[in-house]
Write a new protein. Sequence first.
Length: 107
Amino acid sequence: MGRFRKPCLDCGELTDGGNRCEVHQRRVDELAEMRRALIKKTLNTYGGDYKRRAKQVRDTAVVCHLCGEGARVGDPWQADHLVAGDSSSPLAAAHGSCNRRRGNKPL
């Protein structure tokens, strides 16, 4: 007895097997591979040396280098790269909210 054909979750085309047609399943697989590659790159980029430097910056933080304010309740310190996007650049203390607001923009 055969399986019922199901519609693709993305386009509605009937499929013989899974939840997506061949075109959309291929795209989902490509995105998953890209995510795995990004995670691998991130793990290699932010290794032991970065973690040690970041911890030191957070532990000794007094003033946010972005806004100039001291510690805030509920807004933990983060180690912010002075050169955005460069994992080897010097780090400085920043509030998490200030660091997110800056994003990947230059100072």
